[in-house]
Design a protein around this ligand. Structure first.
Ligand code: AMP
Ligand code: MG
Length: 407
């Protein structure tokens, strides 16, 4: 049994280089940027109108009001996409639509509502005095040319997609999704939706793994529940080791008579780096490497599997896809937390703000078979070994579940 810290540094040493690929912008949602996105031009790219109206010289509108309108000569139209190349002179104006280029000579826009309106007449009445810059969106006022808009490592959400489109990126360099194989082992496992026989239970772990792997940014290419026999394991694993970047098992790596997963890994040439880590739940954790594959064998108890994935696999997927890891934070315990004498202890928990401080409490269900301990929680709490429980008022480490928030 090795300490978590040592085990983590062993995993870090075996992480491989992250690969990149080009994808069309429309397919880039939910991917992770592998390039900086830079503004290739300022935004707005040219001075343009914020309103439908008239481009004027503001000096020509001095004194204009409803009672005493100013009459200007209408000398052209500038619409979005079709700028006018007429330059306006004293006493002139140009019809200018939202997004249209401001014609030379104009320094303000009068809204159509403050005029006698658009018409084919040669003149227009202006009912409002204006000033330079009014209703004009200036070149570069939002973004300067060459500015870094989005940094490498950023998850691509609608905001990033929209910004990339705004600046003309037709495709983007993103990190490749690691291919992941997930499998469960156990003669007792039955798929949800089918009847249970005597002594059987439903396979829940692969459903949790599947959600977590997708959410972390991996692509599940193999998934299966395998009976506790070496032949079936060999069949699945030999293909997984050839085709996947990461292989994750749930169950079959403990001390049980039918826990064959580790044996089969070894038979297939996997190099074992550690098996058993000083943590609870999830002690019989296996980590090994194949030719191009990272292999994690997580114990089958549902909480061990879930927390094991979050603590070991999630950060690996994040690192491989260039996503920065969130720092863990500390909170003040409101209820005692059961510390272990020689192992790091994890439990699902709830963290919330109270009088400006982050406080938390562990789930009252502490068994590693109790998956419902994860319901109504928003974090995993963890503490290093020590004598006796951590007491209310003491600090504890909090890992907020990435899809949850602090209330
Ligand atoms: P194992 O690590 O194979 O000894 O399994 C430990 C416990 O986890 C046993 O009670 C198993 O029945 C249970 N278990 C194993 N795999 C799964 C799974 N995929 N879904 C739910 N429970 C499981
Ligand atoms: Mg088993």
């Amino acid at each position: 049994m090795i300490p978590i810290k040592e085990a983590k540094s062993i995993v870090e040493k075996h992480l491989f280089k992250v690969e990149k690929e080009q994808v069309l912008l429309k397919n880039a949602g939910d991917r992770i940027l592998a390039q900086d996105v830079v503004a290739s031009f300022p935004s707005p790219r040219f001075d343009n109108s914020a309103m439908d109206g008239f481009a004027v010289r503001s000096v020509d509108t001095i004194g204009a009001s409803n009672d005493s309108p100013v009459t200007l000569n209408m000398v052209g139209v500038s619409s979005a996409g079709t700028p006018s190349n007429v330059s306006i002179k004293e006493g002139e104006c140009i019809q200018c639509m939202t997004g249209a280029k401001i014609p030379d000579g104009a320094d303000a826009i009068i809204m159509v509502e403050d005029s006698s309106g658009f018409s084919d007449a040669e003149t227009v009445q202006i009912m409002l005095e204006t000033f330079p810059g009014k209703h004009i969106r200036n070149r570069g006022e939002e973004i300067k040319e060459g500015e870094i808009l989005i940094q490498k490592g950023t998850p691509i959400t609608p905001s990033e997609i929209g910004t990339c489109a705004t600046f003309g990126y037709g495709n983007l360099s993103v990190f490749k999704k690691p291919k992941i194989a997930i499998f469960g082992t156990g003669d007792e496992l039955v798929e949800p939706g089918t009847p249970l026989g005597e002594g059987q239970i439903y396979n829940s772990n692969l459903y949790v793994f599947s959600e977590l792997a997708n959410c972390a940014g991996a692509e599940i290419t193999m998934r299966n529940v395998i009976k506790d026999n070496k032949d079936s394991l060999r069949l699945f694993l030999s293909e997984a080791l050839e085709t996947c970047d990461i292989v994750i098992s749930s169950g079959g790596v403990s001390m049980g008579k039918y826990d064959y997963v580790r044996d089969v890994f070894m038979e297939l040439g996997v190099e074992e780096h550690f098996w058993k880590v000083a943590q609870k739940p999830g002690k019989p954790l296996f980590f090994g490497t194949g030719k191009n594959t990272l292999i994690f064998g997580l114990p089958g108890n549902p909480v061990s599997s879930y927390i094991g994935f979050m603590d070991w696999v999630w950060p690996v997927i994040h690192t491989l896809t260039g996503q920065p890891e969130k720092e863990s934070i500390t909170a003040i315990l409101k209820k005692p937390f059961p510390r272990e004498k020689v192992k790091y202890r994890f439990l699902f928990g709830k963290a919330w703000m109270e009088n400006g401080q982050l406080v938390c409490e562990p789930s009252p269900k502490v068994g590693s078979h109790m998956l419902t301990s994860s319901l109504q929680t928003n974090c995993i709490l963890g503490t290093a070994q020590g004598d006796g429980p951590l007491l209310p008022g003491e600090n504890i480490t909090v890992h907020i579940l990435p899809w949850k928030s602090i209330k």
